[in-house]
Design a binder for this molecule. Structure first.
Ligand code: DGJ
Length: 724
C-alpha cells in the first residue's frame, strides 16, 4: 500500500514512486500538513509544520491546541481564526459563515472511487490507492470528506472533496475548493498559461508576491484567457532541474487557482471552482462533490512535471477506445472553404486529399439549417439539403467509397436568434428576464442545465450520427456565458447555474459516447478556448488554436505542452499567406510544427500546386514514420520559442529512438545553430538519418552543430535510432 497511517505519529503518508505527502492529526483534531516533495521514509514529520507563536491578532482555537492563522492547514476553512485563503466556506441556516472541521475517521483502500457525473482520472486497484478522511464540524454538522488517490506509476495525487449536510437544516456552500496544499517558505515562482482567441496558453513565470495571486476564469468556461493550471517552482528551477509542483484542475467551467504567501513566507495553494458566481444549497442529507484536482511534483523541473501530466492524462484520463489509438489523419475544410461549399466541393477535397494519403474528411461549420454565415442557424441541427444535395448519408457514403472516414462539425451549446429553435423555444437559452442579452458571434448560449435542452441536442445529434456513417465529430463552443440564469431554477438556486451548466455539458457528452462508443470527438472552442483536462475525458484531442500559423503555433504548443500530451494537441498544416497572420512560412516548417500534435490539414487541397501536393505526400510519410516516437515518447523542450529559435525532441520510452525538431524564427548571417538532445541513454550508440553514429552522451552533451545557416521560419529534424 502506498498510503499508510501511523498511529504513533498520528500521521498519514502518501507515496508515489518518487514523492511523499505527509500530514497529521494534532491534539485538537485539526489536520495539519507536514510535507510534500521528494520521497522520504516514514518518520515523525510533525516538527516540520511547527510555526512560531503569533500575537493576539492570530487567535488560538478555543481548545488552545492550534493557531489556525499560521498552522499549515490540510484543508483551510473560513471564520475560525485562519485569515488566509479558505478552501471551504459554509453559510449555515442561522446566517453565519464560520466553519471548523476536525478529524473524525479515515479509510485506505486499493483503487479509486468513481466521481459520478464528472470527469476524473481513473485507475485499477493495482494502479491506485485511495485515502478518504472524514472531518466534521460539530456545530453545523457539515461532514467533509477529503479524497486523495495516489498513482503507483506516476508522481501524481488526485484530490477532491465531498461535503454532506448531516444536520437538520439547510446550509449553503459559498466556497468549496478541491485541494489545498501548503508549501514551506522559500523562493517561489508561479508559472501559468494566459492568452486570448488565437493566442492561447502563453507561458508566463513570475516571482510570487506576498498576498493572494489568482489565476481564474468566470466566463462559464475554462477559457482562452487562463488555463486551469499553475506550477509553483523554486526560483532556481529550470526546464530539467529543480522543484516543480504542478496543479491542474479537471474542470471546464469557472475555476480558481490561488496562491497566498503569508507574512512569514509560507505558501498556500488552493485549486477549485471559482467562488465568484458560485453557491450551492444543501438540504439535510444532501452532498456536493467537487471536481478533481491533480497535484504533481517533480525534482526534474518543468519538463519532468510535464512528462508526468502527459502520461497520466493520456493513460488515465483520456478514455478508450481512442486514448492510445492512432487517430485518422484528417483534412478539415474550414480554412479551405469557410461557409462557401456544397457537397461536390467537399467530395472533391476528400478525393484529392485521399489520393495523397489523408484518411478522413471533416466537414466544418455550415452544413445545417439556414447556416450560410455566422448569424443564423445554430440550434437547427438538420441537414441543409440545398448545400448537401442528397443529404449527409449520401455524402458520407461517397466519402467512404473513397476509402476514407467522415467527420462532422457541431456547436451544440449555442443558438442563433435567427433559427427555428429560437422561434420555438426562446426561453431555452441562458437569460435574465427583462435584460437584453449580450451577443457573441451573433449567438446566445443554450441552458444546458435543462434536461429538455440536453434531450433535444442528444436527439438531433444521435439522429444524424445514426443516419449517416460518421466516425468523428468536432464539438465547437464559440462564446462565453453572460446573463447566467435559467428559466427553470428558483431564485435561491440561480447561483448554481454556472456549475449546473457544466454538469449538463458533461451529461450530454457522456450520453453521446454511451450511444456511440466508437465515436472520436475533437473538442474546440474558437480554437483552444476550453482546452482543459475535463474536456480530454470526452475529447481525446482538442483543436489547439484557430491560429494555424506555424510560427505562432510554437508559443501556443509550447505552453499547451506544459500539461497536455501530444496526442491531445490538434495541429494542422494550412495555406500561406496564413489566414490569421498573413505570414509566409515554408511547407516543411508548417509540417514539422503540425507533427508535434495530432497532425492534419486545414485547406482546400484542390487549389494546391503539384509541388505542394508532393510535399503533402512526403509529410504524410513522415507522420507515419515518426508516429510512435512523437505520440508515445517523452517530450523534452530543448529551446523555448524565444524570438530567435525553438527546439524540442521526443524520445521513445525504451530510449531506442528520438526525433528532434528545430525551427529558426529569425536568421542571422553566418550563424550556427547548436542544440543538445536530452533524454537519450548516454551509453547507447545512435545513428542519424545521414549515417552519423555517435554515443548518446555526445548527442546530449555536444549535440548538433549546423553551420549552414538558416532562413527565417525554416526548420529541420534530426531522427536518431539506436545502433545495436
Ligand atoms: C471556430 C473553430 O475554432 C474553427 O475551427 C471553425 O470550426 C469555426 N469555429 C467554425 O465556425
Amino acid at each position: 500500500m502506498s498510503i499508510k497511517y501511523f498511529d504513533e505519529f498520528k500521521s498519514f503518508y502518501l507515496h508515489t514512486p518518487n514523492t511523499s505527502y505527509v500530514f497529521h492529526i494534532n491534539d485538537g483534531g485539526f489536520l495539519i500538513h507536514d510535507y510534500y516533495g521528494k520521497k522520504i521514509p516514514e518518520c515523525d514529520m510533525r516538527f516540520y509544520s511547527a510555526r512560531p507563536g503569533r500575537s493576539s491578532f492570530s487567535p488560538r482555537s478555543a481548545d488552545g491546541t492550534t493557531t489556525p492563522d499560521s498552522a499549515p492547514m490540510e484543508y483551510s476553512v473560513n471564520g475560525t481564526g485562519d485569515y488566509r485563503a479558505s478552501a471551504l466556506q459554509i453559510r449555515e441556516f442561522r446566517g453565519n459563515a464560520s466553519t471548523d472541521i476536525r478529524f473524525d475517521s479515515y479509510k485506505i483502500y486499493a483503487g479509486k472511487p468513481e466521481l459520478k457525473g464528472q470527469p476524473a482520472t481513473y485507475g485499477t486497484e493495482e494502479e491506485t490507492t485511495t485515502l478518504e478522511i472524514v472531518a466534521k464540524d460539530a456545530v453545523t454538522n457539515a461532514e467533509v470528506t477529503l479524497y486523495y488517490t495516489v498513482f503507483e506509476n506516476y508522481d501524481a495525487i488526485a484530490r477532491r472533496v465531498k461535503v454532506t449536510n448531516a444536520s437538520e437544516h439547510g446550509m449553503d456552500l459559498e466556497r468549496v475548493y478541491s485541494s489545498c496544499t501548503e508549501l514551506p517558505k522559500g523562493n517561489w515562482d508561479i508559472c501559468h498559461l494566459y492568452g486570448m482567441w488565437g493566442r492561447e496558453r502563453k507561458f508566463e513565470r513570475n516571482h510570487i508576491p506576498r498576498g493572494i495571486t489568482a489565476i481564474e476564469s468566470k466566463r462559464g468556461a475554462s477559457g482562452h484567457h487562463h488555463n486551469p493550471f499553475i506550477a509553483i517552482v523554486d526560483g532556481s528551477t529550470t526546464e530539467e532541474i529543480g522543484d516543480a509542483y504542478g496543479f491542474s484542475f479537471i474542470y471546464s467551467g469557472n475555476f480558481s487557482a490561488q496562491t497566498e504567501i503569508d507574512t512569514d513566507g509560507d505558501v498556500r495553494v488552493i485549486v477549485g471552482i471559482n467562488p465568484t458566481d458560485f453557491g450551492w444549497h444543501l438540504d439535510p442529507g444532501e452532498s456536493f462533490e467537487t471536481p478533481e484536482a491533480v497535484s504533481v511534483y517533480s525534482a526534474e523541473g518543468l519538463g519532468g512535471m510535464s512528462r508526468i501530466f502527459h502520461k497520466l492524462y493520456r493513460n488515465n484520463l483520456c478514455r478508450d477506445p481512442w486514448k492510445n489509438a492512432k487517430r485518422p489523419l484528417l483534412i478539415n475544410n474550414w480554412e479551405g472553404t469557410y461557409f462557401n461549399f456544397d457537397e461536390e466541393k467537399i467530395f472533391n477535397i476528400a478525393k484529392e486529399a485521399g489520393e495523397l494519403g489523408v484518411e478522413m474528411l471533416v466537414l466544418d461549420d455550415g452544413w445545417f439549417g439556414s447556416r450560410n454565415g455566422d448569424n443564423s442557424g445554430l440550434g437547427d441541427w438538420f441537414v441543409n439539403e440545398e448545400k448537401i444535395k442528397g443529404g449527409m448519408k449520401l455524402l458520407s457514403e461517397r466519402i467512404h467509397g473513397l476509402g476514407m472516414k467522415f467527420g462532422l462539425w457541431f456547436e451544440p451549446e449555442m443558438i442563433n436568434p435567427i433559427s427555428n429553435l429560437y422561434d420555438a423555444h426562446p426561453d431555452w437559452c441562458l437569460h435574465v428576464e427583462g435584460r437584453p442579452m449580450c451577443k457573441g458571434r451573433n449567438q446566445y448560449v443554450l441552458d444546458l442545465s435543462r434536461k429538455d435542452v440536453q434531450d433535444y441536442l442528444f436527439d438531433c445529434m444521435d439522429k444524424i450520427l445514426k443516419d449517416a456513417q460518421i466516425e468523428y465529430i468536432k464539438w465547437d463552443f464559440n462564446r462565453n456565458i453572460t446573463e447566467a440564469a435559467s428559466a427553470l431554477l428558483s431564485a435561491d438556486k440561480q447561483k448554481e447555474i454556472f456549475h449546473r451548466y457544466v454538469l449538463g455539458l458533461y451529461a450530454l457528452c457522456e450520453r453521446l459516447l454511451e450511444a456511440h462508443p466508437d465515436l472520436l470527438m475533437e473538442g474546440c472552442s474558437g480554437g483552444g478556448g476550453r482546452f482543459d483536462p475535463a474536456m480530454l475525458y470526452y475529447f481525446p484531442q482538442y483543436w489547439t488554436s484557430d491560429d494555424t500559423d506555424a510560427i505562432e503555433r510554437l508559443d501556443i504548443q509550447y505552453g499547451t505542452s506544459m500539461v497536455y500530451p501530444t496526442t491531445a494537441i490538434s495541429s494542422h498544416v494550412s495555406v500561406c499567406p496564413n489566414h490569421q497572420t498573413e505570414r509566409i512560412s515554408p511547407m516543411q516548417t508548417r509540417g514539422d510544427v503540425a507533427l508535434a500534435g495530432t497532425f492534419g490539414y486545414e485547406l482546400d487541397v484542390t487549389k494546391m500546386s503539384d509541388e505542394d501536393k508532393e510535399a503533402v505526400k512526403a509529410q504524410i510519410a513522415e507522420y507515419h514514420k515518426y508516429y510512435d516516437v512523437i505520440h508515445f515518447g517523452d517530450l523534452y523542450r530543448l529551446i523555448p520559442p524565444n524570438g530567435e529559435e525553438c527546439a524540442w525532441c521526443y524520445v521513445s520510452e525504451d530510449k531506442s529512438e528520438a526525433l528532434l525538431t528545430f525551427v529558426c524564427i529569425r536568421c542571422h548571417p553566418q550563424f550556427r545553430r547548436c542544440v543538445k538532445f536530452r533524454g537519450l541513454d548516454e551509453n547507447k550508440l545512435y545513428k542519424d538519418d545521414e549515417g552519423n553514429v555517435r554515443p548518446g552522451s555526445v548527442w546530449m552533451n555536444a549535440g548538433i552543430n549546423r553551420t549552414n545557416g538558416m532562413k527565417d521560419f525554416t526548420s529541420f529534424k534530426v531522427h536518431l535510432t539506436e545502433v545495436k
